[in-house]
Design a protein around this ligand. Structure first.
Ligand code: CMX
Ligand code: CO
Length: 146
């Protein structure tokens, strides 16, 4: 069951400048930063609020580290802006399977590694009314074995 907006992914050209905008304009703070080589991004997670399922909602600011990454391709075409939304669930495997059974293309056979040790998969934007949609199970609250 999808129980929260886990994050909104925002693509940017300059991570430091974009972090500075979100921290100085709104007073949000950086909760976590990392490079995800597989996804080809450098990212900052800004925590916005805790959620009723024990998780939290974040902004995920994304700067590409490779020209052939999904975010680099998207930025070249669209410029900066909202790249994807992510719904949180305690069971990304089960929820991805349930969505696949409804005819939505799930991009990965098995969930991959996301921010902070989470497990993530993506749904094709063309099957989701134009919205690239991520499903995520957080390591911190939902996968104690990680
Ligand atoms: N939102 C909405 N539509 C999108 C999109 C996005 N983020 N990215 C691509 N599209 C649309 C394109 O506009 C294009 O539509 P048209 O044919 O009408 O022009 C179509 O989807 C195909 O796009 P493309 O530019 O040719 O790109 P690809 O097919 O090569 O890749 C996708 C698209 C979704 C398969 C790829 O971006 C992907 O695998 N995404 C998942 C991984 C990812 O985004 N990682 C970064 C975030 C990591 C994280 O959150 O941790
Ligand atoms: Co994301």
């Amino acid at each position: 069951m999808l129980t929260r907006i886990d994050h909104i992914g925002i693509a940017c050209f300059d991570l430091e400048k974009t972090v500075e905008f979100y921290t100085s304009t709104y007073g949000f703070s950086v909760f976590h930063t990392e490079i995800n080589e597989e996804q080809g991004v450098r990212e900052a997670m800004l925590k916005i609020n805790d959620t009723g399922d024990g998780g939290a909602s974040y902004l995920q600011l994304l700067e590409p580290v490779r020209e052939d990454s999904a975010v680099a391709k998207w930025l070249a075409k669209n410029g900066e802006g909202v790249h994807h939304i992510a719904f949180g669930t305690a069971d990304v495997d089960g929820d991805a399977e349930a969505v696949r059974d409804k005819g939505v293309r799930v991009l990965y056979d098995e969930p991959r590694r996301g921010s902070m040790g989470s497990r993530i998969t993506f749904l094709h934007p063309k099957d989701c009314h134009g919205v690239l949609t991520e499903l995520v199970t957080s390591a911190a609250v939902e996968s104690p074995e990680h």
